[in-house]
Design a binder for this molecule. Structure first.
Ligand code: HEM
Length: 127
């Protein structure tokens, strides 16, 4: 069975998606609240999301090989995440998928899976 990782085009495609995601976060005023939660330089964030997504999409376990269990919700607790931050994360990822030319059906399926994780990361009530 083909994994989403293979379907997207493996490591170079996942890396390009993550790089576009953080480029957009840096550039687009619409994602300013999301950007403000991140460190000044996004190099570490880029590597971590790239390693994580390779495994999450069914490819190599680069993240867990380095850090063990992701404990994603716990790792996001230092940041105040409400509906606004969740929706900015989703919009930024949708734009990155679109700009990377990911086929619309694949992008929709991935967006639904991303949404579950993004919504689970909320730790602030309301917007
Ligand atoms: C819901 C909105 C989200 C916000 C506001 C958010 C924000 C952040 C921030 C500020 C960091 C720290 C960056 C750094 O240390 O360089 C981070 C780390 C991370 N995020 Fe998110 N994130 C969100 C959703 C997600 C989702 C949906 C995923 C996965 C699909 C994800 C995966 C990760 C990973 C793997 C890390 C690195 C964790 C570590 O090892 O420290 N995040 N996130």
């Amino acid at each position: 069975m083909t994994t989403p990782y293979e379907q997207l085009g493996g490591e170079p495609a996942v890396r390009a998606l993550v790089d576009r995601f953080y480029d957009l976060m840096d550039l687009e005023p619409a994602y300013a609240a999301l950007r403000a939660l991140h460190p000044t330089t996004l190099d570490g964030s880029r590597d971590k999301l790239y390693w994580f997504l390779c495994g999450w999409l069914g490819g190599p376990a680069h993240y867990t090989d380095r850090f063990g269990h992701p404990m994603l919700r716990a790792r996001h607790l230092p940041f105040s995440i409400g509906v606004r931050e969740r929706d900015q994360w989703m919009a930024c990822m949708r734009q990155a998928m679109h700009e990377r030319g990911i086929e619309e059906g694949d992008a929709q399926g991935l967006a639904e899976a991303f949404f579950k994780t993004a919504d689970w990361m909320r730790n602030r009530a309301g917007a």
